[in-house]
Design a protein. Structure first.
Length: 343
């Protein structure tokens, strides 16, 4: 019902926006943010609007994932654009939501995504993984960098900064919105339900095991510069204090995936999050056929079989990953753009 109300309330805004929106081509450039201490250098990608159409090339090469064409290092379109920062899921990377980033760049957004050290595809250091409080700080550093004059190819509007995060990236987004880690609550929850996926991950990663780590995890990691959030099937809801969730005042668009093929339990994750967030600024989307891995890229024909052969067990990420996932992507893109436009 809440989703239907949100949809009806934004139809006129969406229609007006579509009449005036200008379409661009998507440009792509590399991103590097050095750490003065040398411990947590950040790398990633920037998608931005351009009016250049050539030379176009795939944003990446893969035997599994469908790519899209971009114009690399192109001259940016004139003007100032909203900024969207992306946070990937567990052991993911800055290309995981390239399908979303490219589509939003064509609609006049600058999108910045980084690889989180310790929890990305190519960086799995156990100490960095344990320091989960650094993930929200990575995003704040990314925003700092983006607001430094001349650091990005295109100029961004500091009053229109948004965030989207998938899975562990959704956990990161919630922390940046004001959710506060509650070590006593998650300890109690995991004693009562030890088989939950998040409990196993937090235990393996040694999250909040020492007094110093607990203090850093439960600190206020919010960033007031982010105006609104889109959270894609997060994990870790039970680690946040309900009081902090109830106090979140910024608009939140939550996607829940009822096809639970990742090990996450929807009732204690996205559904529980929505029940705790303020109803007045929360929209919830839960399509019947949506799965956790639909927030990754579209899979090529044969991608499922290739993963089954070369990485048995990983093929699940390409389950229904072709035309059905492409349709899910179109829905997600529309929902996110409309929500951020309204915000």
């Amino acid at each position: 019902m809440r989703h239907l109300f949100f949809f009806l309330a934004t139809v006129l805004i969406t229609f007006a926006t579509s009449l005036s929106a200008q379409s661009y081509q998507a440009a792509l450039a590399d991103l590097e943010i050095p750490d003065p201490m040398g411990n947590r250098n950040l790398k990633g990608l920037i998608w931005y609007p351009t009016e250049a159409t050539e030379p176009a090339s795939p944003d990446f090469e893969s035997e599994v994932w469908v790519s899209t064409n971009v114009v690399r290092n192109a001259q940016p379109a004139g003007g100032t654009f909203p900024l969207v920062v992306l946070s990937h899921g567990m052991f993911g990377n800055s290309l995981n939501q390239a399908w979303l980033a490219g589509a939003m760049a064509k609609q006049g957004y600058v999108i910045a995504a980084i690889d989180h050290p310790g929890t990305s595809t190519w960086s799995r250091d156990p100490d960095q993984r344990r320091e989960l409080w650094e993930r929200p700080k990575d995003i704040s550093r990314l925003i700092d960098f983006a607001l430094t004059g001349g650091s990005l190819p295109a100029e961004v509007n500091p009053d229109r900064i948004f965030m989207a995060g998938h899975s562990l990236g959704g956990f990161t987004a919630a922390a940046l919105a004001g959710a506060r880690f509650d070590p006593a609550r998650i300890d109690r929850f995991c004693r009562e339900t030890p088989g939950e996926l998040v409990c196993g991950i937090f235990s393996d990663w040694q999250i909040a095991r020492t007094p110093e780590d607990r203090s850093k995890m439960q600190a206020d990691l919010s960033d007031p510069r982010i105006r609104a959030f889109a959270i894609f099937d997060l994990g870790g809801t039970q680690s946040f204090s309900p009081d902090s969730l109830h106090k979140i005042s910024r608009p939140m668009l939550i996607f829940g995936a009822p096809i639970m093929n990742s090990g996450l339990t929807l009732d204690i994750e996205s559904r529980a999050l929505v029940q705790t967030l303020p109803a007045t600024n929360t929209a919830y989307v839960e399509p019947d056929t949506l799965s956790h891995f639909d927030f990754l890229g579209q899979c090529k024909p044969g991608g499922f079989e290739l993963l089954a052969k070369e990485a048995p067990g990983d093929e699940i990420i390409c389950s229904n990953g072709g035309a059905q996932r492409a349709a899910q992507h179109r829905m997600i893109i529309d929902e996110v753009i409309n929500f951020f436009a309204k915000s």
